[in-house]
Design a binder for this molecule. Structure first.
Ligand code: MN
Length: 260
């Protein structure tokens, strides 16, 4: 089994090293990741600048390629230029911080997995539900189990797997839930500050607002002490809304058009 690992916390992030250590003895592991933190860049790609790469070592051994681009750039570049052969799976993480609810849309971690899926490689994102004092061991054991499942069962087409792990010890994990992406999101506040030259600037902060989500969401699973597995699709069409627009069908018809 050959794996491509990436992330959005950067190639030097402890979560990526933890993922590498968790998987190195079950697979041939390749690492291509942003050279610095690119959290919350979503699915951005770099089109106006060249992408520089750098070989990075860890504990004296070659670890992987650092790219001065986004997570999606890293996966594109890895698959088309850096890896000798395509990987069986793309695994993105382990992110420091959850990627659940509306955060999924901003997440660079999830976007690396989305990019892998777009390029035809079954992909998974994995995130730990904390911003401090991470218990990597729980996420490492989860990552390893998930990769073995992927190897055994694969994923449906055009589906990526978004995994969120509660930040509790492995023994405390209550179980695993298959969940839906919740609607809960951060309510942002902007702190107004003044720099030493008197210029005003703003710094975003925020708090997670738990909206009235149903029980079966990613965030609820985390709150209840479960590992959350959400199958995601990148078809943003709201299929249930299509009938609403049925009568808009001929809203704009040019001279060459056929009104029906
Ligand atoms: Mn991140």
């Amino acid at each position: 089994m050959r794996l491509l690992l990436s992330n959005d916390d950067g190639i030097h992030a402890p979560g990526l090293a933890a993922l590498y250590e968790a998987l190195r003895d079950v697979a041939e592991v390749h690492v291509v990741a942003p050279e610095s933190e690119r959290s919350a860049v979503g699915h951005a790609i770099t089109i106006s600048n060249p992408l520089k790469t750098k070989k990075v070592s860890r504990n004296g051994d070659f670890f992987g390629y650092a790219v001065d681009g986004t997570p999606a750039d890293c996966v594109k570049l890895a698959l088309s230029a850096l890896l000798p052969e395509p990987p069986d799976f793309v695994i993105s993480g382990i992110n420091l911080g959850p990627n659940a609810g509306i955060s999924v849309l901003y997440s660079g971690t999830v976007s690396a997995a989305t990019e892998g899926t777009i390029l035809g490689i079954p992909s998974m994102a994995i995130s730990l539900n904390t911003f401090k004092d991470p218990i990597w061991d729980t996420a490492q054991k989860t990552a390893r189990e998930m990769v073995l499942r992927l190897q055994q069962d694969g994923l449906p087409q055009n589906t990526l797997l978004n995994v969120n792990v509660p930040n509790i010890t492995f023994e405390q994990v209550k179980g695993t839930r298959v969940t839906k992406m919740g609607r809960s999101r951060y309510i942002e506040t902007f702190e107004r500050r003044t720099d030493p030259r008197g210029n005003v600037y703003y710094w975003m902060d925020g708090e997670l607002a738990l909206l009235e989500d149903p029980e079966d969401t990613d965030l609820q699973a985390l709150a209840d002490g479960f590992v959350s597995l959400s199958p995601l699709s990148f078809d943003l069409t709201h299929h249930a809304a299509l009938p609403h627009f049925e009568k808009w069908r001929n809203a704009v018809v040019g001279a060459a058009g056929v009104s029906s």
